[in-house]
Design a protein around this ligand. Structure first.
Ligand code: 5GP
Length: 208
């Protein structure tokens, strides 16, 4: 019996190190599929269309909304970001554990639509460390860094709506913890309705 994959959302402040953890997770295990979002922000140096994101214009993005091709979308620091539906659904059907690396508004929308979704929040050990990582990344202007720190303040207000907290002080350890969290979900009783009914029936039949 092919088991449907787990849908997991990983969020965290910009600069929390989510990208590094995702990369490590995908390199280490082959049961994961990472959803590639569409965004209207411009590619950063080294980013490729179809790898980090599908980089699209505002008009194209709004068309995706109108055609109901996104599971969720949100605006984040002046740009649209959204999760294409087809890929996620087909990978889950194929039994892959699908990870969405998205911000908080989107995460909560996904949880509303699919209550079994696992919500994980990744954070650096302190606010000071967060700022240091954003500055050291060197890809953003001071203005954007400031906007992202401000956004982190807002997001912190909602952190406790997630199921699990992952403090990223060591990438390898954090990757392992995330892997274990997701794999543990496969055992959830609520995901095994069919098995439970069959077992109940078989037990009745056998004891008659
Ligand atoms: P960045 O511009 O740093 O790549 O991403 C900015 C924020 O947008 C991050 O918190 C990232 O997780 C989030 N994000 C990326 N893709 C999506 C998406 O499809 N939907 C939502 N709601 N947020 C996304």
């Amino acid at each position: 019996m092919k088991e449907r994959g787990i849908l997991a959302v990983v969020s965290g402040f910009s600069g929390a190190g989510k990208g590094t953890i995702m990369k490590a997770l995908l390199e280490r295990y082959d049961n994961y599929a990472l959803s590639i979002s569409a965004t209207t922000r411009k590619p950063r140096e080294g980013e490729q269309h179809g790898r980090e994101y599908f980089f699209v214009g505002e008009e194209e993005f709004e068309q995706m909304i109108a055609e109901d091709r996104l599971i969720e979308y949100a605006r984040y620091v002046d740009h649209y970001y959204g999760t294409p539906k087809d890929y996620v659904m087909s990978q889950l059907e194929a039994g892959k554990d699908v990870i969405l690396e998205i911000e908080i508004q989107g995460a909560l929308k996904v949880k509303e639509k699919f209550p079994e979704t696992l919500l994980v929040f990744v954070t650096p050990p302190s606010a000071e460390e967060l700022k240091r990582r954003l500055v050291n990344r060197g890809t953003e202007t001071a203005e954007v860094i400031e906007a992202r720190m401000k956004r982190a303040c807002e997001e912190a207000e909602q952190m406790d709506r997630y199921d699990y907290l992952l403090i990223n002080d060591e990438v390898d350890l954090c990757t392992e913890k995330l892997h274990r969290l997701i794999q543990a979900q496969h055992g959830k009783m609520t995901l095994h309705g069919e098995f439970v009914s069959r077992m109940k029936q078989e037990l009745k039949d056998i004891s008659e």
